[in-house]
Design a protein around this ligand. Sequence first.
Ligand code: PLP
Length: 404
Amino acid sequence: MYKVNENYLKIQGNYLFSTIAKKVQEFSEQNPDKEVIRLGIGDVTQPLAPVLVNALQEAVQEMASADTFHGYAPDLGYEFLRSEIAKNDYQSRGCQISAEEIFVSDGAKCDCGNIQEIFSTDNKIAVCDPVYPVYVDTNVMAGRTGKYDAVIQGYEGVIYMPCMAENDFVPEFPKEVPDMIYLCYPNNPTGAVITKEQLQEWVDYAQKVGAVILYDAAYEAYIASDEIPHSIYECEGAKSCAIEFHSFSKNAGFTGVRLGYTVVPKELKCGGVSLHDLWARRHGTKYNGAPYIVQKAGAAVYTKEGKAQIKNQISYYMENASMILEGLKQAGYQVYGGVNAPYIWLKTPGRMSSWEFFDELLKNANVVGTPGSGFGPHGEGYFRLTAFGTHENTKKALERIARM
Ligand code: PLP
């Protein structure tokens, strides 16, 4: 009799978003006259910028003619896109990353989920708490953890690093030494950022203990301050201890188009083995390349008009973020994030739990957010709102919260 991968049986159901959906549906059925505003979504709402739509249309036209048709894309991505990424996202910021070190993919979720495959299952992972769940769940599936422990609300064998207001949502070095360290800044869900000095300390630590840092920079485009690093490769020594993930989802609205990339520097070696070679082998074996038309749209992101149009879109969302931050502060809430990130992380008032606050907000303001406890035990007592709504809805939601 065949057997299933028993590691999958350890995974806890993702009740967070299904519970939210259920509660909202019940509320709407009982209160059909109430208009519910969703500020819990992590998806963008603005349409693709015109320059991207043009690039897509032109690429589709190319596909209609035998002499400009494109079939399978190169495994690691088209050179025209990889060189733009290297130039604009790295070399222009003083990071010596070349086009050959960039692997184009269909998004950061797959890459930060799949990357663990090239590492031993004996490795110990460290993650922030609260955390984007993909890092943990994919390691559970791979058998790199023990069972779920309901008491600690986490998996045995995983090093959880608490991120709270007390440490500005940047973890301290764990007591137990990890092999693989997941960091994500600007952070989902806390909206926190890491300074260059703090990130340099993590790079130095990883080098000292012989760990690899898996750095998720999916929200890099929201960084407005010069003090905040856009890439881990701005830190000295990072090329020999870090892999970085990027997404076109939140900077350019590709959530439904799908495009991302991962940087694996050539000098990143584990006991003499090149991780770049391993990831190239994995990518070439299991992935057949992001579509030509999508990569063409990706390249349009780096044109002059592309940069301008995308900047406007990010400003649009960040105006929402400011509106939420200011509105909540005036209403007496303790708020974090929302300055260099599209997420606002607020402390629930009184001693209310994350879910109690969810219910209050839904009932009294008809606004939906995400309970912090859904991202890990240290998210308890916090609540996430996102800046990805429309101005109109965000404004209306804030007026309602103020009246609460
Ligand atoms: N990484 C983080 C931290 C995210 O929050 C998300 C999406 O919400 C992703 C990665 C996924 O990005 P993509 O749409 O490129 O798969």
